[in-house]
Each structure stands twice: as structure tokens, then as C-alpha cells.
Design a binder for this molecule. Structure first.
Ligand code: ASP
Length: 310
């Protein structure tokens, strides 16, 4: 079958000064992930690579570019999931590493567990020899300034709705030539979050889920709301009931808005290659590639398309 990749660079109100860089970042990540799929690589490898590309790009709130918590430190969350076996790996409150998505994959492949957190996760990372980077290496100068300006978590959430938010969570979903699906999500969370706060991103069924029987989803937005409705799993439930990817994402995001007043976004791919990128926030940077056509957008109902070069 024709492989498909969809990536997001986070929901919320991405300010104009970083909108171009956000769109460029998601397009690059989507092409890198698609190159894997085109060579008959696995959906799992494609989503990991795409998310790594965005973790390495400081325009996004993941890996390099992560936001600071209430203590002025970085705590990262990530998940990766293989729809073929339902194997999943997640990490939360991990400190000072570049690529939490790859670390989450190590949890999936090298331990008997699905999630590691805090001290244990950090010890496991040390045991694997993953280099620890100084906080200032991961954090942008602008983030440090913003953090000093806004010291309250509640203020952090308000900023998200008021177009002052700098950068966002990242995610990818893919279906490969063999019909296997996978998802990955990675984030620094929300600025000024309490130390130890874990959002939706690493929670299986909330920030992401992948099952070959239906498809794969990666979410972004207000983590506390996403967790309450287990958004990723809810979207796949609607697909299992016969809805198309776009419709399933729309009804689920609408339900989250009505039920818990939360905004967010999701990227979805079905096991047949039907895909969607939907959001209820002001903006969400996203890009997809299917049959060598790259589609991308940032504002509601916006879809640009171009042929990708080999
Ligand atoms: N969902 C993430 C969190 O709450 C934030 C985001 O998607 O921007 O940690």
C-alpha cells in the first residue's frame, strides 16, 4: 500500500514571528519520515525520525527548545507506540536529554515496562550512556526570558490561549507499505508547570495510540483535558465505529471542548492511509506526505499542497 506520514508541531496560538519556522520545521520532519517509508522502512522508524527532527529544532517545545517548569528546569515527556504489536514505550519527567522519543523507544525495546518516570527514568538513561545536556543547552534564550516574566502555571495556560505562546509539542503518525501503523509524541509540557507534572503526551491512549486494527493518533493541546477524555483512544474508537479519520478527530475534539472545555489538536492516519490533521485551537502546524504530495497548513481550514522532490 501507499505509505503515509502526518506530523504536527503543536496546537495553540502559534505567534506570527515563529509561524514560518514552525511550518518549515514540520515540512522537513514529514519529508524525513516519508523518505524512510518510501524505502519500505517501518512506520515506527519513520515516526521516530520525524519526531527527532523536531526535537532537534528549537522552534518546538520538545528536546531542544523545551519550556521550563516552575523550578526553571526542563522535564520532558514522550511516547512511541507500534500498532503491529501494541508495544509502547514512554518516559515522563526525564531531564536534560536531546531525544526523549528515542529514549522512549529504548524503554519499549529494552525493558519489560511501558513507562519510566523521574529518577528511575534518569538512571536508565544514564545506564544507556545517553548524554546529559546542561539545561541552558536545551533552553532558548527567549524561553528563559519568558519564564522569568510569567512565573505562574495558570498564567502559562492563559498565554496559550492568548497568542503569546512560543512553541509547541511535536508528534508523528505513519502507516508503512506493509500496513503497519505507529505514533510518537514528545514535549517539554507547559511552561511553569509544577515540578513532576505529567501531561497527556506520554500517557498511552491520551497523547498517542497506535493499533493496526484501526490507525494511529498523536495529540497536542491542553494535557489535563486530553487525559480526561483519553483523546487518542477516543478518536480511534470513532474510527472503529466507522467514521473517517477527519470526522473521528473532529467529533472527539468537539466532545473535549464541550465536556471539559479543553482545546487541542490531533493528527490521525488509518490503517488504509486515510489521514487528517484537525484542531480547535487558533493554529496548529502540521504536514503530511502521501503519494509524493506534501500537504501542510497552520491556520484553520488551510491546506497547501506541493509535489516533493526525490
Ligand atoms: N499536551 C502538552 C501538555 O499538556 C502540551 C502541548 O501539546 O502543547 O503537556
Amino acid at each position: 500500500m501507499d505509505p503515509v506520514i502526518v506530523v504536527h508541531g503543536g496546537a495553540w496560538a502559534i505567534p506570527d514571528q515563529i509561524s514560518e519556522a514552525s511550518v518549515k520545521g514540520v515540512k522537513t520532519a514529514a519529508s524525513e519520515g516519508f523518505a524512510v517509508l518510501k524505502k519500505r522502512g517501518s512506520a515506527l522508524n519513520a515516526v521516530e525520525l520525524a519526531v527527532r527532527a523536531m526535537e532537534d529544532n528549537p522552534v518546538f517545545d520538545a528536546g531542544h527548545g523545551a519550556v521550563l517548569d516552575a523550578d526553571g528546569e526542563v522535564e520532558l515527556d514522550a511516547i512511541i507506540m507500534d500498532g503491529k504489536t501494541l508495544a509502547a514505550g514512554a518516559v515522563s519527567s526525564i531531564r536534560n536529554i536531546s531525544n526523549p522519543v528515542t529514549f522512549a523507544r529504548s524503554v519499549m525495546e529494552k525493558t519489560d515496562h511501558v513507562m519510566l518516570t523521574d529518577r528511575g527514568a534518569n538512571l536508565f538513561a544514564d545506564g544507556l550512556g545517553i548524554p546529559k545536556l546542561a539545561t541552558e543547552t536545551l533552553v532558548t534564550e527567549n524561553e528563559r526570558k519568558e519564564w522569568e516574566h510569567y512565573q505562574k502555571y495558570a498564567q502559562g495556560v492563559k498565554e496559550l490561549f492568548n497568542a503569546q505562546w512560543d512553541h509547541d509539542t511535536v508528534g508523528a503518525v505513519a502507516v508503512d507499505c506493509d500496513g503497519n501503523v505507529a505514533c510518537a509524541t514528545s514535549t517539554g509540557g507547559i511552561r511553569n508547570k509544577m515540578v513532576g507534572r505529567v501531561g497527556d503526551s506520554p500517557i498511552i491512549g491520551s497523547g498517542g495510540y497506535a493499533d493496526n486494527h484501526s490507525g494511529a493518533v498523536s495529540c497536542t493541546g491542553h494535557g489535563e483535558s486530553i487525559m480526561k477524555v483519553t483523546l487518542a483512544r477516543l478518536i480511534l474508537f470513532h474510527m472503529e465505529q466507522g467514521k473517517a479519520a477527519g470526522q473521528a478527530a473532529e467529533v472527539s475534539l468537539q466532545y473535549m471542548g464541550e465536556r471539559v472545555h479543553g482545546g487541542g489538536g490531533a493528527i490521525v492516519v488509518s490503517n488504509k492511509g486515510d489521514w487528517a490533521a484537525k484542531f480547535t485551537t487558533e493554529r496548529m502546524a502540521w504536514a503530511s506526505v502521501k503519494e509524493d504530495i506534501m500537504s501542510y497548513g497552520l491556520n484553520p481550514k488551510e491546506i497547501f499542497s506541493e509535489h516533493i522532490q526525490d
